[in-house]
Design a protein. Structure first.
Length: 561
């Protein structure tokens, strides 16, 4: 017998035998539902045998047979009612457990988000993407869903989505392109570090989504519920179905604030802040200005995260202000990093270490934030050093800047597009999906081993656009992405260490060394970050103007003589 737990109220399993009832009772179950019709298999015990054993064990048992592949809407309703009426937890079974898992999924459609249902069943070993439309439709078989179809559908209207839409339209204007995104506002997220350092006003980092959608591109203001790649379809909330010829997936990633116990309850107060949110970055600057003495903690979670340098950028800009305000010697700065290095590309580390020393910051590696008590001004870190037993460390703080744990969005993690870790599974050179030839991905959500930065998306968008159009025209993808990413590390107000690198940590500078030596702090790099990059973002990148971002092509081998 194999018990597969879906949630605390129900577990399912393949066919059981009467002899299994004792173990089911011992496991704490109080009711059994049989979803397999008697006589379906020659080696199958009848429900009467199971029921008799269950009654002797003091368990309730009901017979709710479902024909294989024939789960009706009314069956799901009946199953949901049974879950309400029976004493729990409930144990349900059929030949493989799939029918029981399907019944549960449909019965919970109006009570739980689709992504939660798909995640719970996937964890139990059952793929419910095949009934995703029905779940999205409240557990009912959809009728007259009003399908729409576009040549290219782009999931996500962030930096990657709008840029790739503009790049596609610039190459092939006659394509019918749609962007799916429920947001009203588009944010220039690289600017939030500068907001937290008192350089930018938050308002300059936000524009309405409608003002940025490229001309001729449809905007579907909705959230994606699921994917049906075998049918070339995307399911939206409310069960509307959008069909595509080519699909580009770039919804960004999920900031998992809830993964740190107590964090959500104290964000924006009690000295707890983060530059990873538009509404909190101004609070960072407020705290920095108010800080005259005490302990300031800056955290960094395990990788992957977007803009891996952002947690320490917040520390450097804060410390620079305290230095210039004459209070640095009274501030105890700690950088608590779940990883084991200051920065992943070694060539930039010496310059950063110089500033760590200048500001008197303590580097605490292998420290992962797990809990916060805002009113008590206490934080707990799991310390997991190599060759040592994990331990929990408590630290008091007066100010704490938190970088949250980050994962792929729920609807991506449970989809057929995801790899084992939950990220969209692509070829790292062409950015085409490894399984589905007409699906592409870029930005933070895909699994290529590059830095998750806006600069990376700026380079990826032309690659995807070039390859997607080539495929439509009957050619093989020829544009390649070299893993480029950029992280302007703001080590002090007026100076930046401009880290630019690709796959394997290879240095990929955009400018001659005499102009900007990325391994050293530079005023020219600061000017680039403060003055040039925002207009380049708004007026070039999002409009398909590929300045310093034209894709490299694979060279065809020379013909043999």
């Amino acid at each position: 017998m194999e018990i597969r737990k879906i949630d605390r109220t129900i577990s399912v399993s393949p066919q059981i035998a009467p002899a299994d009832i004792a173990a089911i009772k011992k496991a704490g179950f109080r009711s059994i539902i049989c979803n397999r019709p008697d006589g379906e298999g020659a080696d199958q015990p009848g429900f009467g045998e199971i029921e008799a054993k269950a009654q002797k064990a003091g368990l309730e048992a009901i017979y709710m047979p479902i024909q294989s592949g024939m789960v009706r809407d009314e069956d799901a309703e009946k199953f949901g009612a049974a879950l309400q009426d029976l004493p729990g937890p409930v144990f349900a079974y059929c030949r493989t457990g799939t029918r029981s898992a399907t019944l549960w999924s449909l019965s919970q459609a109006n009570a739980k988000p689709l992504s939660d249902i798909l995640a719970a069943t996937k964890a139990a070993g059952y793929d419910m993407n095949g009934v995703a439309r029905r779940i999205a439709n409240g557990g009912k078989t959809p009728t007259n869903v009003g399908d729409a179809r576009y040549d290219v559908v782009i999931v996500g209207g962030g930096a990657a989505g709008i840029s790739v839409a503009a790049s596609i339209k610039s190459r092939k204007p006659d394509l019918d392109v749609a962007i799916i995104d429920p947001a009203d506002v588009h944010y220039y997220q690289p600017g939030w570090t500068m907001v937290g350092g008192g350089i930018f006003d938050a308002s300059v980092t936000a524009k309405t989504m409608g003002s940025l959608i490229p001309r001729g591109v449809h905007w579907l203001k909705s959230a994606v519920a699921a994917f049906e790649p075998k049918d070339n379809a995307v399911i939206l909330d409310g069960c509307r179905v959008v069909s595509y010829g080519q699909l580009v997936v770039c919804p960004g990633l999920k900031l998992d604030w809830a993964k740190v116990e107590g964090l959500e309850e104290t964000l924006g107060e009690n000295g707890v802040t983060s530059n990873y949110r538009y509404d909190l970055a101004p609070y960072t600057w407020q705290l920095v200005q108010q800080m005259k003495e005490g302990r300031a903690i800056f955290t960094q979670p395990p990788m992957p995260i977007k803009c891996a340098g952002a947690p320490q950028k917040a520390m450097y800009l804060s410390a620079d202000h305290w230095l210039k305000s004459g209070v640095l010697d009274k501030v105890d700065i700690h950088f608590n990093n779940a990883g084991g290095v200051l920065f992943g590309v070694k060539e930039y580390v010496p310059a950063l270490e110089t500033y760590v020393k200048k500001y008197g910051a303590h580097l605490n590696f292998f420290h992962n934030l797990t809990a916060v008590d805002g009113p008590a001004k206490k934080a707990w870190f799991t310390v997991n050093k190599p060759d040592s037993e994990p331990e929990t460390v408590e630290m008091e703080f007066d100010m704490m800047h938190v970088c949250p744990p980050q994962t792929a969005p729920d609807f991506i993690r449970v989809s057929p597009l995801a790899d084992a870790a939950g990220w969209v599974d692509v070829d790292q050179s062409t950015l085409r999906h490894k399984t589905y030839d007409n699906i592409w991905s870029l930005g933070d959500v895909m699994n290529a081993p590059n830095a998750k930065t806006a600069a990376a998306a700026r380079k990826q968008a032309p690659v995807v656009a070039e390859n997607l159009v080539a495929q439509i025209e009957g050619h093989s993808p020829s544009a390649i992405y070299d893993g480029y990413g950029s992280c302007p590390l703001t080590v002090e107000r007026g100076k930046i260490v401009l880290a630019e690198f690709g796959y394997g940590g290879a240095l990929l500078p955009s400018f001659p060394k005499f102009f900007i030596d990325g391994t050293k702090p530079s005023r020219a790099a600061w000017y680039l970050k403060e003055k040039l990059l925002p207009p380049i973002y708004w007026k070039a990148m999002l409009r398909g103007k590929e300045w310093l971002a034209r894709p490299e092509k694979v060279r065809a081998p020379e013909a043999a003589e």
